[in-house]
Write a protein that binds this ligand. Structure first.
Ligand code: 5RP
Length: 230
């Protein structure tokens, strides 16, 4: 299935806006990247306009621009190292709340922001919610490590592809100046084990397997549902 930012737009909006209901006055927030959490950011902007006081740490240039447009005052992890709540999207999330992120090439910053939060929430439409993970894993690598990392991914049983920019010739360059390899492993039986192996590859900055999701807000059968990690 080919997904675009407009796929399941209604569900994305419902999940994204529902998660904004978790925001409380005085919170410092992690603001994720993508078309689902964009609805959360817009909703938080409306809450700020109505008088709520929050600060946001964006996970990407895209999130930063959206937050500025929404009127959310920004801060940084240097000024506010511990966040009350981080909200982000996902490319796939399994029922045990292990997720794959990085479709927007922002997963390195997203992981740092999520790990800085006391509570990390994923917002998703129904197409993202699966029994077990099988989405290609985005792996951000130093440009010099592209070939080495691709070889190591093959040795791990994966099929690597350096992500190409849509609008111009050449690879996608992340906000950190790196490449992204999309590593297809088919069905991932042991996400934690794969995460550890990927982290060991020299030149890998960060992979897109997230094991620290506390709560999922997802649309199932037309209704917003929430699941918390046991
Ligand atoms: C960016 C991400 C996004 O959160 C993920 O790709 C989901 O995007 P969308 O909400 O547009 O489907 O991980 O790196």
């Amino acid at each position: 299935m080919v997904r675009t930012p407009d796929s399941n737009a209604g569900e994305k909006r419902a999940a994204g806006e529902a998660a904004a209901g978790m925001v409380r006055d005085g919170m410092v927030l992690g603001l994720g990247t993508g078309s689902t959490v964009a609805w959360t950011i817009k909703k938080i902007g409306e809450m700020v306009e109505e008088g709520m006081e929050v600060l946001g740490v964006p996970t990407s240039y895209q999130a930063q621009e959206l937050a500025i447009a929404a009127g959310i005052p920004l801060t940084s992890l240097d000024q506010d190292p511990v966040l009350d709540l981080a909200i982000d999207g996902a490319d796939e999330i399994a029922k045990d709340l292990t997720a794959i992120k990085g479709g927007g090439a922002a997963h390195a910053r997203e992981k740092v922001v999520a790990a800085s939060a006391r509570w990390f929430v994923i917002v998703a439409d129904s197409s993202k919610y699966v029994d077990s993970l099988s989405h290609p894993v985005p792996v951000e690598v130093l440009p010099i490590a592209g070939r080495l990392a691709s070889r190591r991914i093959e040795e791990l049983g994966g099929s690597p592809q350096i992500r190409q920019a849509k609008m111009k010739d050449g690879p996608v360059i992340t906000d950190n100046g790196n490449f992204v390899i999309d590593a297809d492993f088919g069905r991932i039986e042991d996400p934690g084990g794969l995460a550890a192996r990927l982290s060991e590859i020299p030149g890998v900055v960060e992979h897109g397997i997230f094991e620290n999701v506390n709560e999922l807000v997802v649309v199932i059968d037309g209704a917003v549902k929430t699941f918390r990690r046991e």
